[in-house]
Design a protein around this ligand. Structure first.
Ligand code: HEC
Length: 136
């Protein structure tokens, strides 16, 4: 008859071994990676999402989406795409000045970031390079 008492105890022992327990699960999940918020100390050393996004950034389609509306037709005196005579006086101000106007806007007519609200500063610089290169 003793076997009927030992068997359930043996089975409970097996489940305890098979169940990894909550702490083990948490430890295992954490091995995948840790979250690093931009602007915190860890962001300086780890790859941030911004640099990954920058690689994915499509200059041509972003230009078409955000800048072409004004810069293809010259709306409100916007220098037109691939029109060197309209870009030359602006290019002579230097690229930093152009980046600055593109990022912060040139009031009243050139809106900050050319209304591309999901563009990073680097994206706006890339778009400005693209427009300037086309006008050279
Ligand atoms: C709502 C219309 C509009 C949109 C959208 C727009 N621009 Fe402009 N942009 C202008 C106008 C107008 C000017 C000329 C402003 C002036 O000289 O006062 C200008 C000027 C510029 C200049 C020259 C600035 C300088 O210092 O001479 C750059 C560079 C520029 N835009 C970049 C961009 C980029 C990049 C985008 C898209 C992300 C964009 N713009 C979207 C209207 C627009």
């Amino acid at each position: 008859m003793k076997i009927f008492f030992i068997l359930p105890i043996f089975c409970m022992g097996m489940t305890a071994v098979a169940d990894p327990g909550e702490d083990d699960i948490i430890a295992r999940i954490q091995k995948v990676g840790t979250v690093c918020i931009q602007g915190t100390d860890c962001a300086a050393t780890e790859q941030t999402t911004t640099s990954a996004d920058a690689a994915d950034f499509d200059v041509v389609s972003s230009y078409e989406q955000s800048c072409a509306t004004c810069h293809n037709l010259g709306v409100a005196g916007a220098p037109r795409f691939a029109e060197p005579s309209e870009w030359e006086p602006r290019i002579s101000k230097g690229m930093e000045a152009l980046y600055n106007s593109a990022i912060n806007g040139l009031l009243p007519t050139m809106p900050a970031r050319g209304m591309c609200f999901n563009c990073s500063d680097d994206d706006i610089r890339a778009l400005t390079d693209y427009m300037v290169d086309a006008a050279r």
